[in-house]
Design a protein around this ligand. Structure first.
Ligand code: B4P
Length: 191
């Protein structure tokens, strides 16, 4: 199973990714988490990524693509994977197409979580209180929403035109959303 999980910042990608990955027995690969781990370890990748993340901007494609390519080459991703937060740009879509083609497999679905704009801001402000992430200030949250609208929202039509889009209502309790994702994916031919 090869899945991507999309949605605006705060839609619950990271929250749902772990349940969905566990359900299908595949690793959840979060570009945001990998960047944050590098930031906290002070690696060169982390130093570079932090500049962009703290401003609410996307990390440059070539950096992100290389990182994902290395990660999906690892053994645990051979049976499949769930990409949480990648691709986020048109250039990342082409790169991912090549990565998957090289494995002789295909993408099974692109799941997009839809959540009201006001709810997104509330969730991220609540996360700021509990986790204190540097990119969860109101100003940066607003910038992240803009970047998503400009650079990532167009990807929804790309995957829709390929017949791979699975839209899931991301409003409500975490468990309700998880059940909706399972219900949408369990009917796919390859699962
Ligand atoms: P991410 O880590 O992907 O962060 P996100 O979009 O903010 O969060 P997500 O949607 O996963 O929300 P979550 O489940 O945590 O990216 C961070 C940054 O990394 C980007 O801005 C960018 O700079 C960089 N980056 C990552 N990928 C990149 C790429 N491909 N290219 C370039 N740059 C990249 O949920 C949010 C909050 O809501 C949580 O507190 C959660 O507990 C809560 N929540 C979740 N579901 C809920 C529900 N149903 N009800 C109530 N609350 C809920």
């Amino acid at each position: 199973m090869r899945l991507i999980l999309m949605g605006p910042p705060g839609a619950g990608k990271g929250t749902q990714a772990k349940y969905v990955a566990e359900h299908f027995g595949i690793p959840a690969i979060s570009t945001g988490d990998i960047f944050r781990a590098n930031v906290s370890q002070g690696t060169p990748l982390g130093v570079e990524a932090k500049r962009y993340m703290d401003a609410g901007e996307y990390v440059p494609d070539e950096v992100t693509n290389r990182m994902v390519r290395n990660r999906i080459d690892e053994d645990d991703a051979a049976p499949g994977f769930l990409l949480d937060g990648y691709p986020r740009t048109v250039a990342q879509v082409s790169e991912l197409d090549q990565m998957i083609e090289a494995t002789g497999h295909r993408l099974d679905a692109a799941v997009v979580l839809t959540v009201d704009a006001e709810e997104l801001v509330q969730r991220l402000l609540a996360r700021a209180q509990t986790e204190g992430r540097a990119d969860d200030t109101e100003e940066v949250i607003r910038r992240r929403q803009e970047v998503y609208t400009e650079q990532t929202e167009p990807l929804i039509d790309v995957y829709r035109s390929r017949g791979l889009l699975v839209e899931v209502d991301g409003m409500g309790e975490v468990d309700e959303v998880t059940q909706r994702v399972f219900a949408a994916l369990d009917v796919l031919p390859s699962s």
